[in-house]
Write a protein that binds this ligand. Sequence first.
Ligand SMILES: Nc1ncnc2c1ncn2[C@@H]1O[C@H](COP(=O)(O)OP(=O)(O)O)[C@@H](O)[C@H]1O
Ligand SMILES: [Mg+2]
Length: 226
Amino acid sequence: MMLTFDNVEFHYPNQPVFRNLNLELNYGEFTFVIGKSGIGKSTLMQLVYLNLFPISGTVKIAEFDSQTIKSSQIPLLRRKIGVIFQDFKLLPDRNVFQNLAYVLKVTNSSSKDMKKKINDVLNEVGLFHKRFNKPDELSGGEQQRVAIARAIINDPILVLADEPTGNLDPETSGEILALLKKINKQGTAVLVVTHNYELVKKANERIIKLDDGRAMKAVIKQKTEI
Ligand SMILES: Nc1ncnc2c1ncn2[C@@H]1O[C@H](COP(=O)(O)OP(=O)(O)O)[C@@H](O)[C@H]1O
Ligand SMILES: [Mg+2]
């Protein structure tokens, strides 16, 4: 398994979220996590990249384990995970190329390698021609493509997408989902968290449903053939 939640309990100071949460994701797998607003989807994402830690139970990802990981290893873990958000979270004062260069800087690549990597991912998401535009000169769908390029540029084992189509119209949402599927076909596991059931229904991929009743129940796992 690439990712395992083993009896995970999590709560905020005055807000229970998960109790006995179990789930598994294999290398190369595509999975949706669905559930209504406030159920804990964004919390789940943060538990994966260890922005939050379980109160009890364990999150395991690749060779890392939430119970034993050292703080010095957390950047290594995060480099294996690309994250995409509903609101894109691009740097507004930098163009597309610079937004991507920003995440490569931490890895000490040479400038020639950086340029090649950036151009490659921009071709991958179909935005090479917009490389010198700033985020506010792009449509929402284009901004999300840049965010996807940023998420995959360090060759992650997993892409986490938190409501990636939440700000997009249905057609653009379909295109973003198709791009995530293409990335998955190339071998990267993808976990998409969403309350957009319409999108999920069309996709014919594995679904994990966070059950109603919040933390009081564990997750229902189901494989759909819709
Ligand atoms: N930092 C926080 N402190 C306290 N409660 C929070 C915090 N973040 C989220 N919550 C609460 O935890 C629950 C789960 O939130 P979240 O994971 O954001 O849900 P979702 O992404 O499914 O909408 C909600 O009730 C939310 O209000
Ligand atoms: Mg959320």
